[in-house]
Design a protein around this ligand. Sequence first.
Ligand SMILES: Cc1cc2nc3c(=O)[nH]c(=O)nc-3n(C[C@H](O)[C@H](O)[C@H](O)COP(=O)(O)O)c2cc1C
Length: 331
Amino acid sequence: MTGKMDSNAAVHPQHPKRLVFAPGDIKGPEVDGDEPASSAVRMAASHLAEDITRSDTSTPTSAMQQELLSHPARAHQFTINPPLHVSHLHPTNPLHQFHKWFMDPRLPRSSAPETCTLATASLPSGRVSARMLYFKELDERGWVIYSNWGSKEGKGEQIFGSKYRASADGTMPGDMHDSAALNQGNRWAALTFFWSLVERQVRIEGIIEPLSREESEMYWRTRERHSQIGAWTSWQSKVLWSVNSEESLNNPDLEDGRSDLENRAKEIESRFAGVKDIPLPPFWGGIRVVPESVEFWQGRPGRLHDRFRYVREEAGHSAKTSTWRIERLSP
Ligand SMILES: Cc1cc2nc3c(=O)[nH]c(=O)nc-3n(C[C@H](O)[C@H](O)[C@H](O)COP(=O)(O)O)c2cc1C
């Protein structure tokens, strides 16, 4: 089958079916006097959309391509920031610079500025995965996030390695707070923040270290009881249920694994019914991303953004005692 597709592709080059095509599909602000141009692009894009509903591929005709290419795509522009100059940055410490941007009064707490993406990679494949998290603490060493590291299906195995295991039923008695647990994994990680309201991005790359059990305990105690039950309940990222997509899924009473999760939550609730302080699970806790580099990006018109990166030159015990080189990067 692959051979057939390849030979077809060579004769009739076709694009895979597009479900979103930026010109026309991603709405942008209308520019004054731009109406005829943007409607031509919209028309070409909608012809293309009609075309792809009829087939598995979207191959624009040359006329459509002409129409689309003769108008600039409506890409988002970054307009609100004045120039960012190195003199605006903290001279010696990227963590302090992060703190300054994080506390910007233009970033309301309701916009959840603590939301970030954590990217990690498997060894030896190099396969990368990323997920949103809430960052919870910033200290002199780095950024702290909390999660469940127990299952081999999730990021736990990437970071802690395939030999690390810890389970809610105690049959796999690891503890993520034991830093030796990290020896087999890939400790490199990246955290990215994007604050659209202020048109800023911060990118952190560094090495993961687990918090001490005492540090994780302190945060665990602040969590609401039902979140603590949830943490014990979930063997995070383990497959609860699956189906072959050819089976019929129309039946709204189809049991799809949710009830197993809820039954398990009930079991955990009764297990801790008389317990005032639910203990910290051995597979749940905080890790700190200790930065090797931190980039501060601020959007500017015409894609000529300002980018400054701190790169650790000499490792001290904390970011405060390390020395950092500051570089301006091409946008
Ligand atoms: C906005 C947002 C915040 C989240 N915060 C956390 C968090 O702080 N900790 C966490 O373990 N999962 C959090 N999640 C869920 C993760 O994205 C992810 O599903 C989970 O950590 C499992 O990831 P894994 O399969 O890579 O282990 C959050 C999801 C969203 C959308």
